[in-house]
Design a protein around this ligand. Structure first.
Ligand code: PAF
Length: 269
């Protein structure tokens, strides 16, 4: 497994004739990431994973400095997984001209998670564009847990940043009790970890029609500080209309100081 830190070497690594799949990550890897790597392997000849904790997607007071950095463990997992190349650039290499945000995602970046984290999607698109430009993959794989992120990245690559790259979504990996796997689950205390599965449980009850949206919100508020709970058209992230074919239940909550997100996407019955 090749480990590359500098941009020129990464750019040159790309072999003509080989199909490359790319899995961008911020490290702190768990089974959810490994599933993305599996998908990448199924869809290409060679797999590149990046580990880069991107400062521009964290707002003031967020967890940039505390974000789990577990490079040795991450590399060991990726090696076992048969990854061909790990790209671990420095902040200076990715942002040689400074970190001013030069991407404006627009309205879609200001709803749902973007309301609480107004910098977030501008920073994500900024770094994803940089990484795609350096790695130049044929396929890029993103997790569906960050559904709004996936939706925005799809819009941006289709709209021009690189329409040739196929974006593939990896399904949400869950713990046995239903909690969606996330690097940030490490922040939860034992008590919080016991409460956390109530998030998926409530979304599941809403999906099954055992709760309506109002009672689901009330139930979530019993356990968490509710950021949002929405049911939207999964293809547009706008209100459901007669033309809606797929629905997204999208939710974010705070449990202590940890923000958890989760979703259920389903075909309209
Ligand atoms: O989902 C993530 O881990 C990050 O937002 C990403 C896509 C790697 C960009 O930093």
């Amino acid at each position: 497994m090749k480990i590359i830190n500098d941009i020129d070497t990464m750019k040159k690594w790309r072999n003509k004739g080989k199909k490359i799949a790319f899995v961008p990550t911020m490290g702190g890897l768990h089974q959810g990431h490994l599933l993305l790597v599996e998908l990448a392997k199924e869809n290409a000849d060679r797999v590149v994973v990046s580990i880069f904790v991107n400062p521009t997607q964290f707002g003031e007071g967020e967890d940039f400095t505390d974000y789990p950095r577990t490079v040795e463990a991450d590399l060991a997992l990726l090696q076992v997984q048969g990854v061909d190349c790990v790209f671990m650039p420095s902040v200076e290499a990715i942002y040689p001209n400074g970190m001013a945000l030069d991407v404006k995602v627009g309205e879609i970046g200001g709803i749902l998670c973007g309301k609480t984290r107004p910098h977030f999607f501008n920073g994500v698109v900024q770094v994803v564009e940089r990484l795609l430009e350096i790695v130049r993959p044929d396929v890029a794989v993103f997790g569906q847990k960050d559904y709004q992120q996936l939706h925005i990245i799809r819009q941006f690559t289709l709209a021009g940043s690189d329409p040739e790259i196929e974006i593939i979504a990896g399904k949400i990996m869950r713990e046995k009790d239903g909690l969606a796997m996330s690097t940030r689950n490490q922040y939860l205390s034992v008590d919080e970890r016991n409460i956390a599965p109530q998030l998926y449980k409530t979304l599941h009850q809403l999906h099954q029609g055992e709760l309506d949206r109002k009672s689901a919100s009330r139930q979530l508020q019993h356990y968490f500080k509710l950021d949002y709970l929405e049911m939207l058209d999964a293809n547009t992230l706008k209100q459901i209309t007669d033309n809606t074919s797929k629905i997204a239940i999208l939710c974010a909550v705070f449990l202590g100081s940890t923000r958890l997100i989760d979703n259920i996407i389903f075909k309209r019955g």
